[in-house]
Design a protein around this ligand. Structure first.
Ligand code: AMP
Length: 457
């Protein structure tokens, strides 16, 4: 299958070849025709599969068919994403493709001055990529008008639910036109995702890419059993002995990320941390340095690293295993992207055995264990014969276990600027089901509490 046969226009074919893409990825081959047909879409695609272009290309082409003449255009496509970094990356892609058809895209997220975003919206844009919290701020201020939205994309929807954005998403959806095309992308399926899809999608077509082995196929995975106290020394040794030039290291907490960074620096290894306590400008600068190869180690928490696209990243290290097994898949998806090979190395201490079991159950495979000379031998019991609960994708035994993995959503919520209002995702989706937002969306305006019609843009 070639890009030519997907019905893309010449300008976009040129943009694709300028980017160096030669063949569409499986998600692109499957999703692009469905989007052109005008159907809603529920797509299961693991991270790094090329899903951004899978929705960006057909949306840009369809919007480009009728570019409004008025200068102050209102957005016609809205992409909701879980994090600022992902918003920036997706918006860059929308902008890159959109430019070829005289379309404008903008990004909206918290942690930066809202004024600049207001100005940009005021000038008129065709596509908006936003995190839900800051988008609601704009809606409340009346600085965005969503009445012309034709496309709603929920990107990394599972992650948005993990981060407690369910209320915000449903609230935004209430103010979108009923007549729209909705596309939902999620790396994993849960009951909550299904409920969200029932709520927002209209007879969606379903696509699933590479579900069998949900870890990126191109990523070689190994783990080193190690006592927690020895993790830092082991990481330093691996970096030096392996002559690693670039590695993304995941730490569980912001404090842990800062501490590890200091320790690596004192070992003479150039490292920096990104997490949600750092200002957006520092995060952007650090990431740029890492991408340019000026930093050897980037230490990140899950929230900060979500959606990071670093071309040719050779390896990631799980300094701490994530609290939720699904995050492991997201993490290792930072490497081995779009056909390149990558390596994922986990430093696992005995306390992390429960989550290791859950990860291996999710992967449906045991991760190869290795040892490093000079470090005491540590016994780890991995997955063994794993019985998987088909609904939750977790080992049957982990359901009752008070393991750390259970607490992850609460932690993740804490890391977001906007505290989650939902008691449980499931409960909120269920409750909202009775209010049918798509039917309520007739007004197409976000009316602020004082009753004033809010849209000025
Ligand atoms: P995504 O899953 O959208 O984050 O994309 C992962 C990476 O794959 C990005 O760096 C894209 O630029 C790249 N990519 C997307 N589509 C293709 C393609 N057809 N061929 C090669 N690389 C691609």
């Amino acid at each position: 299958m070639s890009f030519d046969s997907l019905g893309l226009c010449d300008q976009l074919l040129k943009a694709i070849s300028d980017k160096g893409y030669t063949t569409p990825t499986p998600i692109q081959t499957q999703a692009i025709p469905v989007i052109f047909e005008g159907c809603d879409l529920l797509a299961g695609a693991q991270t790094g599969t090329g899903k951004t272009a899978a929705f960006a290309l057909p949306i840009v082409q369809k919007l480009g068919e009728k570019v409004p003449q008025d200068k102050r255009r209102r957005p016609r496509a809205l992409v909701l994403v879980p994090t600022r970094e992902l918003a920036a990356q997706v918006s860059d892609q929308m902008q890159y493709f959109g430019r070829r058809l005289s379309l404008r895209s903008t990004k909206i997220y918290g942690g930066v001055n809202i004024r600049t975003q207001m100005d940009r919206l005021h000038q008129g844009v065709d596509m908006v990529v936003a995190t839900p919290g800051r988008l609601l701020d704009h809606m409340e201020k009346g600085t965005i008008n969503l009445s012309r939205i034709e496309f709603l994309v929920l990107d990394e929807a599972d992650r948005m639910l993990d981060l407690g954005f369910i209320d915000d998403i449903l609230k935004v959806a209430e103010y979108l036109p009923v007549e729209r095309q909705t596309l939902l992308f999620s790396a994993t399926y849960s009951q909550s995702i299904k409920q969200l899809a029932d709520e927002l999608l209209d007879e969606p077509r379903r696509i699933e890419v590479a579900r069998k082995n949900i870890a990126a196929d191109a990523v070689a995975q190994v783990l080193y059993p190690v006592q927690r106290i020895n993790k830092k020394d082991m990481l330093s040794d691996l970096i030096r002995a392996g002559k690693w030039t670039q590695v993304l290291v995941f730490a569980r907490t912001r404090y842990g990320a800062d501490k590890l960074t200091e320790e690596l620096l004192s070992d003479g290894i150039k490292a920096a941390a990104i997490h949600s306590n750092k200002s957006q400008s520092i995060r952007t600068r650090t990431l740029a340095e890492f991408k340019k190869g000026e930093l050897r180690v980037l230490v990140a928490t899950d929230v900060a690293a979500r959606g990071l696209d670093i071309q040719g990243l050779p390896r990631v290290v799980n300094y701490d295993l994530p609290q939720v097994a699904e995050d492991y898949v997201h993490r290792i998806g930072r490497t081995g992207r779009a056909g390149e090979n990558g390596e994922a190395i986990s430093l696992v201490c005995p306390e992390e055995q429960p989550v290791l079991k859950a990860i291996e159950a999710l992967l449906r495979q045991a991760i190869t264990q290795k040892t490093l000379p000079g470090f005491p031998k540590v016994e780890l019991k991995g997955g063994g014969r794993i019985k998987v609960n088909q609904v939750t994708n977790r080992p049957a035994s982990s359901r009752k276990a008070p393991g750390k993995a259970k607490k992850a959503p609460a932690k993740a919520k804490k890391a977001t600027a906007r505290p989650a209002k939902a008691k449980t995702t499931k409960a909120r989706v269920k409750k909202k089901t009775t209010t049918t937002p798509r039917k309520k969306a007739e007004t197409n305006y976000f009316a602020p509490k004082n009753g004033r019609r809010g849209n000025r843009s």
